[in-house]
Design a protein around this ligand. Structure first.
Ligand code: FAD
Length: 180
């Protein structure tokens, strides 16, 4: 579905959007900050409101469970973006040297600092920047960075009510493959 705010002003949309649709810094709905289900439910509801006669008792309103899954060739929602990004970050950790040079450490510091500012989901980015202030990035070697990243990912998992990952297994998940 297209941007639910595209036929209305940013101000209008911020008043009418349901819980779960995050507003971007431009005042419009932020697609990469919002789950597809919430986004699509909102887009369908807006369309229905514009095209339908008033809803009758037998008509069903759109709910987040009605909307299916995000098609592969659509802009990413917060979940697809997140999943793809964790894949990149953990794979960077998996290929980071055990004994990095000074330049490699600088590169990692620079990359993570820039990443935390440019991440497209701004609410995620702000929380991640706070996390990086609280728990300083570790660049001394693969194990240190891999564990740091695993803990950072677990912080997000906790925030979202997801299961925590056992960080003693991060290398099996992202580098060597499972032992059994
Ligand atoms: P993901 O969390 O994407 O994990 C992918 C895979 O990584 C899992 O299947 C598992 O095998 C493995 N894994 C899980 N935990 C760990 C771990 N601790 N260490 C190593 N491997 C692990 N979404 C929001 O709604 N709000 C936010 O504020 C938010 N902040 C984010 C911040 C960052 C920096 C990133 C990269 C993503 C953020 N996300 C946020 C997205 C969120 O973390 C998930 O990516 C998204 O909900 C999809 O989850 P998923 O179930 O596909 O698994």
């Amino acid at each position: 579905p297209a941007d639910p705010s595209e036929n209305g002003s940013a101000e209008d949309s911020s008043k009418t959007l349901p819980k779960g649709v995050v507003i971007g810094k431009d005042g419009k709905p932020c697609r990469s900050c919002t789950s597809f289900a919430q986004w699509a439910a909102q887009a369908k509801s807006s369309l229905k409101a514009k095209t339908d006669s008033p809803i009758t008792a037998t008509q069903k309103t759109t709910t987040v469970s009605d909307v299916g899954t995000l098609p592969a060739d659509c802009p990413p929602d917060v979940e697809r973006l997140g999943n793809s990004t964790w894949t990149l970050l953990h794979t960077i950790a998996a290929t980071y040297p055990e004994k990095p040079t000074g330049m490699q450490k600088d590169d990692l510091r620079g990359f993570m600092a820039t990443f935390s500012r440019l991440y497209p989901c701004w609410v995620c980015a702000e929380d991640f920047q706070d996390y990086m202030k609280k728990d300083k990035l570790k660049v001394e070697g693969r194990k240190e960075f891999g564990n740091w990243l695993c803990e950072a990912h677990n912080e997000v998992n906790r925030k979202l009510g997801k299961k925590e990952f056992d960080c003693s297994k991060w290398e099996e998940r992202w580098r060597t493959g499972w032992k059994d």
